[in-house]
Design a protein around this ligand. Structure first.
Ligand code: DC
Length: 228
């Protein structure tokens, strides 16, 4: 891959992928790419114009009008723009999670976004997180990790995150949303969430952030060493 390294991190929502991957990328000097944000941007665009996010024909006809770009601000944070507007905060609203999951099950949406992800990995050393990075987007990635945790542990973390962002949600609702999204992401026909055969499993249910980060970095270092 042009001398660039790709670390693919896949797993269900709320497993800590983004916060861990971001920190690990800082340590390694790689770019962190949150691919969920791209699907969220399509979900937001559809929701804003009142489309049913289950209606594939409607979503497909919306795609050509969308100029979706991914960039980085001075603080090194990923910024998503939709037709020139910074939508980085808007895509984090809880209702957009389900819209993103719905549109992400559609082949035209995945095809529309695939090249953007591959190009980023061609031009940079990346830690990229998502659902199908190790299986579909970057099957040749030097390091693949499947990061997971129990639904309860993930719901607990998501609740805290939403609280901190000033968007609190009751715990049963958060758990229900997580289970529903897991089910949808795992059982869709195209690029379903699954562990790549050559991915290392990291389960963070019973370990805190710092230990998870250390283990993640150790897996990456070990894999890169093995490559020589
Ligand atoms: O990682 P996230 O929760 O922000 O992702 C939002 C949705 O986008 C998720 O439910 C499934 C979809 N997604 C995907 O299908 N493939 C990816 N590589 C990343 C996210």
């Amino acid at each position: 891959m042009n001398g660039h390294i790709a670390v693919a991190i896949d797993g269900p929502s709320g497993a800590g992928k983004s916060s861990l991957a971001r920190k690990a990328a800082q340590r390694l000097g790689y770019i962190y790419v949150d691919t969920g944000a791209i699907y969220r941007t399509v979900g937001l665009a559809a929701d804003r114009v009142g489309l049913d996010t289950h209606d594939q024909a409607a979503i497909e006809s919306l795609l050509p009008s969308l100029d979706i770009r991914m960039g980085y601000n001075d603080a090194g944070e990923q910024v998503m723009t939709l037709n020139g507007e910074d939508v980085s905060a808007a895509i984090r609203e809880p209702k957009i999670s389900m819209c993103a999951s719905n549109v992400s099950a559609m082949p035209p949406v995945r095809a529309f976004l695939l090249e953007m992800q591959r190009r980023t990995a061609r031009d940079n050393s990346v830690i990229m997180d998502g659902r199908d990075i190790g299986t579909v987007v970057l099957p040749e990635a030097e390091v693949k990790i499947f990061l997971t945790a129990s639904p309860e542990a993930r719901a607990q973390r998501r609740m805290l995150e939403l609280e901190q962002k000033g968007m609190p949600q009751p715990s049963d609702e958060v758990l229900r949303d997580i289970l529903k999204r897991d089910d949808q992401d795992i059982h869709r026909a195209i690029a379903p969430l699954r562990q790549a055969e050559d991915a290392v499993l990291l389960d963070t249910s019973d370990i805190g952030f710092d230990e998870s980060l250390d283990r993640l970095c150790a897996i990456i270092a070990h894999r890169l060493e093995q490559r020589g």
